[in-house]
Design a protein around this ligand. Structure first.
Ligand code: UD1
Ligand code: UDP
Length: 385
C-alpha cells in the first residue's frame, strides 16, 4: 500500500483537503495518515467534525495572536519527528498557509515527495501576505502540482516546473461544496435556528436583505481594516433594512478592532465564525458578499453569487472573468459606492455559473488516481532496493 501523510492546519486547508481525505480513505491502494498542525484550533475542529475526519496526529500548534516566525519554527520542530515516525511515501499539502509552506519544507528536508493541491496561484507581488511567498516556496519544493485551472498550470510552467509534474484537476473546494449542498438539503429549520443563534431571525426570514461580510487578512489589520469598518458603518446607515452579517475571524487583533469599531449599530450583526455548512447556507441566502477571502471567491462563483473583494489584486482572475466577483480595493469610498450600486440594483440571480472555471467537483478523485499511478511504481522500486 502507498502510505500518504496529509497535513493541514487552518480552516480553508481543512475544507479543501477533506474531500481528498475521504477519497483516500475509501481507496484500498492507500494507507492514509492525517496530521493536523492545529495552526487553527476551533475553526479546524468545526470542519473535522462536519466531515467526520479524525487525525492520527495533532500538533496543537496554535497560540494566541501567534507571530509568523514562532508559528513556522514550531511547525518545523513539531512536525519533523512525526514525519520521521510515519515514513510516508508522499506528503500532501494544500494551499498557501504557514502550515502548507512549513510542512513542504519538512518533507523536502526529509526527502519525501510533496504533492501540492491548489498549486500555481499567483499575484507576482508581495501580497497577499504571506500567502504569495508561501505558495511560491511550496511550488519550489513540491514534486506533484495539482492546479485548479489552466492559468494556474501555465504560471507553473513559466516558472520552469516540468510539465510532466503538473495536472489540471479543478479545485477541491467544489467537491466540498457539493458534499455540503447534499447534507444541507436534509436539515430542518430548527437545526438552522440553533446554528445562527442571535442572527437566526434575520437569516431565516426572507424579508430582510443580507450583506455577508468576512475580513481577516493580516495585511488589512490596522489602517485598512479601519477603512473597511468605516465603509460598513456608512452602508449600515444608508441601508437600515439591510442586515450586515459579519462572522468575525478569531484573530485577536481583528476581533478587537472590528468589535470596537462596529459595536452598537442595530443592523450590523457581529457573530462568531460559522461552521462550514451554515456558512454556505448564509452565502446562498445573502444578497451580496463583501470579503477579502480567497476561498469565498471560488464558492461565490460556484453558487452564482456576487462578491466584492476588498483587495487590490487577486490570484483568482478566473473568478473575475465570470463577472460575479469584482475587486473593490480597500478604500472606504469605493467599497461604499460599489455596494450601494449593487444593493440598489441587485444583479440578476445566476443559479450557478454554468462553466465553472474552478472545475467540475471531481478534483479529489482525480488527485487520488494520479497519485496512485505515480506512486505505485515508486513504492515497488523502494521495496526492491
Ligand atoms: C491563516 C493563514 C491565511 C488564511 C487564514 C484563513 C497564515 C500565515 N495565514 O491566517 O493564509 O487565509 O488562516 O482563515 O498561514 N485563532 C483562534 N482560533 C482559531 C483560529 C485562529 O483563536 O480557530 C486566532 C489565534 O489567536 C491565532 C490567530 O487567530 O493566533 C491567528 O491565526 P493564524 O493562523 O496565525 O492567522 P490567520 O490570520 O488565521
Ligand atoms: N468559512 C466558514 N465559516 C465562516 C467563514 C468562512 O466555514 O464563518 C469558510 C468559507 O466557506 C471558505 C473558507 O472558510 O471555504 C475560507 O476561509 P478564509 O476566508 O478564512 O480563508 P482564505 O480562503 O482566505 O484562505
Amino acid at each position: 500500500m502507498i502510505r500518504v501523510l496529509s497535513i493541514f492546519g487552518t480552516r480553508p486547508e481543512a475544507i479543501k483537503m477533506a474531500p481528498v481525505l475521504l477519497c483516500l480513505e475509501q481507496d484500498k491502494r492507500f494507507e492514509t495518515k492525517i496530521c493536523n498542525t492545529s495552526q487553527h484550533k476551533e475553526m479546524v475542529q468545526q470542519v473535522l467534525s462536519f466531515f467526520k475526519i479524525t487525525p492520527d496526529y495533532d500538533l496543537q500548534i496554535m497560540t494566541k495572536a501567534q507571530n509568523l516566525t514562532d508559528l513556522t519554527s514550531r511547525i518545523l520542530n513539531f512536525l519533523t519527528p512525526v514525519v520521521r515516525q510515519c515514513e510516508p511515501d508522499t506528503i500532501i499539502v494544500q494551499g498557501d498557509t504557514t502550515t502548507t509552506f512549513a510542512a513542504s519544507l519538512v518533507a523536502f528536508y526529509e526527502k519525501i515527495p510533496v504533492a501540492h493541491v491548489e498549486a500555481g496561484l499567483r499575484t507576482y507581488g508581495k501580497l497577499p501576505f504571506p500567502e504569495e511567498a508561501n505558495r511560491r516556496i511550496t511550488s519550489c519544493l513540491a514534486s506533484f502540482h495539482f492546479a485548479s485551472t489552466r492559468a494556474n498550470a501555465d504560471n507553473l510552467k513559466r516558472e520552469g516546473i516540468p510539465e510532466s509534474t503538473i495536472w489540471i484537476t479543478g479545485n477541491t473546494v467544489l467537491d466540498s461544496l457539493n458534499l455540503t449542498m447534499e447534507t444541507m438539503a436534509t436539515k430542518s429549520p430548527v437545526y438552522w435556528e440553533n446554528k445562527f443563534g442571535v442572527a437566526s431571525k434575520h437569516v431565516l426570514s426572507s424579508s430582510e436583505p443580507i450583506l455577508l461580510i468576512t475580513c481577516h487578512r493580516r495585511e488589512s489589520i490596522g489602517t485598512v481594516l479601519d477603512q473597511i469598518c468605516e465603509a460598513i458603518i456608512q452602508l449600515a446607515k444608508a441601508f437600515p433594512r439591510v442586515r450586515m452579517v459579519y462572522p468575525v475571524h478569531p484573530n485577536p487583533p481583528v476581533q478587537k478592532q472590528v468589535r470596537e469599531k462596529l459595536r452598537g449599530i442595530d443592523n450590523i450583526l457581529l457573530i462568531d465564525p460559522l461552521e462550514y455548512e451554515p456558512f454556505i447556507f448564509l452565502m446562498k441566502r445573502a444578497d451580496l458578499i463583501l470579503t477579502d477571502s480567497g476561498g469565498i471567491q471560488e464558492e461565490a462563483t460556484a453558487l452564482g453569487k456576487t462578491a466584492l473583494v476588498m483587495r487590490d489584486v487577486t490570484e483568482r482572475p478566473e473568478a473575475i472573468q465570470t463577472g460575479l466577483v469584482r475587486l473593490v480595493g480597500t478604500h472606504t469610498e469605493n467599497i461604499v459606492s460599489e455596494c450601494t450600486r449593487l444593493l440598489e440594483q441587485p444583479p440578476a440571480c445566476v443559479p450557478s455559473h454554468k462553466e465553472n472555471p474552478f472545475g467540475d467537483g471531481q478534483a479529489s478523485r482525480q488527485i487520488v488516481e494520479i497519485l496512485a499511478e505515480a506512486l505505485a511504481g515508486k513504492r515497488l522500486l523502494k521495496r526492491a532496493s
